[in-house]
Design a protein around this ligand. Sequence first.
Ligand code: PMP
Length: 358
Amino acid sequence: MEDSPRLHNFCAGPGALPLEVVRQVRHELPVYKNAGASVMEISHRSDHYTALEESSRAALRRLLGMGSEWHILFLGCGASMQFHQVPLNFLVPGGTADYVVTGIWAKKAHTEAARLGAAHVVASSEGASFTYIPTGWEDQVTGSYVHYTSNNTVCGTQYIETPGVKVPLVCDASSDFLSRPIDLDSHGLIYAGAQKNIGPAGVTVVLVRDDFLGMRNQPLPSMMDYGVHAAKLFNTPPVFAVYVVEKVLRWLEGRGGLEAIRQQNTEKAALLYGRIDATGFYRGTARKADRSMMNVTFRLPTPELEKRFVGEAEQHGLLALKGHRSVGGIRASIYNACPKGSVLELIEFMNYFEAKNG
Ligand code: PMP
């Protein structure tokens, strides 16, 4: 039975999942393999779930070329928990950390860290409404780690190059995780809420390098200690979310891995930005050199036209194009699972809307 049609989904998160994955989940939902129950109804210590986690870790290692010095954790509580958990573990008493503030999520990460210790803002683009990624700050780093946000979901900017610093980087990769290869060597820890690029809400993937882990504060509350989670399955993980993530990771492998995904994402983004720049009707909000391949943000001549654009787009089967409530405008989130066909439909609608209102 087919349900009502799936539309073109540009939601910033939770975002589109690959249709193949959704179909597999539906197929397996009543009974998982030969478990005699659904994946939501089996023990997290069962062989089935253990195999699922192992398979997810193995796929992540293959995709990222990640060695055994990296621990892979599947934690609950969303990426926002990491804003607190990172400094709790790594902002040691008497020490400092540096934060690059490039958007509202980066700012929240800094605010949480500053509650716990000396977290310095080493660079910020807040004065320019977060429309660019600051550079030239790398020599001013004095702390034991640098926290940055690789993709800024709200204002639509993204680091094209990994920052070059002498201390470990800690990256909030929530909105571009696995959209391209990652330079692992520069990082001590990478975290990402799953609900944009790699799965449903409910699980945050944390990658932490063993030597960096060794630098953490002790003792810590067990649930907040990355070391506890790295050593064993400490408590009930978000089983269903991990189950879907495993399927998305395999889907990514099937698409040719991260270099191939990067090319697909680059092509989709180039098409959309090309349309935005083609006339003066649409106006991109991010500095061109720092434009995100994941969240494409733009304005129309008036807020009134933007409202109509979002409403009419929805009638044309194009979902969730409204910009974040803090900035307004239009935001098209074109994560890994957003097909090129959806981007082409959006461009066609943009042409139609401009012809009618331009
Ligand atoms: N970091 C970034 C870059 C985000 O985009 C978001 C959510 N939009 C968060 C962190 C917060 O994630 P969560 O809601 O899972 O706590």
